[in-house]
Design a protein around this ligand. Structure first.
Ligand code: ZN
Length: 333
């Protein structure tokens, strides 16, 4: 597979889709944001004094700005990018949507070793005995008798870890993704998405939700390997002026092993599209991958995040291995 040597994660299987994606987005979109966000280091600050909340338009003394407002959730590997234009009240409300995004991706983040607020997240089973953690020497899977979480297939060379997943609200996770786009957008773009702002101001997820016909579809991808997307990235694509091909704004959030592509609801801008069926190709994500960390082809799929009702997250994750070594396990605490 000579192609893979140059573009990690890319295989002849998804080459055609990638070429189509590059052509589509080059023809119809401009890159509004392409931001790499560090997990550690000095804070980067968005906005300026005096502080006015972008989401509710209020300022002190009506609201406070005491909490550090992360422009991208910490669970997505952001340890440095904060904004001055998110009040504490809006911040607390957004935390409930980020919780949905966090639960949706918990097992995948454990597997992908993304640093969250408290380091790498641990995934436990319902009985809370068996667990997987990231230790200094790699993955530590603790399996207790009567609480099995792993299955090894020596023929396929896979290790499957299964836990009882946490319930999350898919539409809440979508709201968290939209909030990221609206946090990073320029003021001139914010003016084009008043409905999305109104939706974000609601503490629940169904009130003022926007039916723009996209059914809250999320194009996801997964690339195997130890954090092949080493640095969290947000890309916002804006439809070219005068173009009518696709929706106004397409956002991609990429971190760890994962990418999430969503349409930012902009019903006024996308009025013409509401009665048409459009097929939106995945944004090519191969440029985000670090060659030495990719262990297999990137997989894409579409997931509807339309449901406001809780559903269960992924119950299992599959690891591929080259071989098994018998070692003395470290003492279990
Ligand atoms: Zn606010």
């Amino acid at each position: 597979m000579p192609v893979e040597a140059h573009f990690p994660g890319l295989t002849p299987m998804n080459l055609k889709m990638t070429v189509q994606g590059i052509a589509y987005y080059t023809d119809h979109y401009d890159i509004a944001i392409n931001r790499v966000i560090a997990a550690r280091g000095h804070n980067e600050i968005l906005g300026h004094e005096p502080k006015i909340c972008r989401f509710c338009s209020r300022s002190a003394p009506a609201v406070t700005f005491r909490k550090e407002a992360h422009a991208v959730p910490e669970l997505a590997g952001n340890g440095t990018l904060v904004s001055l234009y998110e009040c504490d009240e809006c911040n607390a409300r957004f935390a409930t949507f980020e919780d949905d995004l966090g639960k949706m991706t918990l097992l995948e983040r454990s597997a992908g070793q993304v640093l969250g607020k408290g380091g790498v997240p641990s995934a436990k089973t319902g009985q809370k005995k068996s667990r997987i953690d990231m230790g200094s020497r790699g993955f530590l899977i603790q399996e207790h008798e009567g609480d099995p979480i792993t299955a090894i297939d020596h023929n396929k060379k896979t290790l499957t870890v299964t836990i009882s997943p946490h319930a999350y609200r898919p539409l809440g996770a979508y709201k968290a993704l939209v909030k990221i786009a609206l946090t990073l957008m320029d003021e001139s773009d914010i003016e084009k998405v008043p409905e999305a702002l109104r939706w974000l101001r609601e503490p629940d997820i169904a009130t003022h939700q926007i039916n723009d016909g996209t059914n809250y579809s999320c194009i996801r991808s997964w690339t195997p390997g130890p954090m092949p997307i080493a640095h969290t990235r947000v890309m916002l694509l804006r439809r070219k002026p005068g173009d009518q091909a696709g929706p106004m704004y397409v956002m991609v959030l990429a971190f760890g092993n994962m990418t999430f592509q969503v349409v930012v609801p902009a019903p006024q801008e996308d009025k013409r599209l509401s009665k048409n069926t459009i097929s939106l190709p995945p944004v090519p994500v191969f440029a985000f991958l670090e060659k030495g960390r990719v262990r297999g082809p990137t997989r894409f799929w579409t997931k509807s995040l339309a449901s406001p009702a809780p559903e269960k997250g992924e119950p299992s994750v599959v690891f591929h291995f080259d071989g098994v070594t018998e070692v003395t396990p470290p003492p279990v605490t």
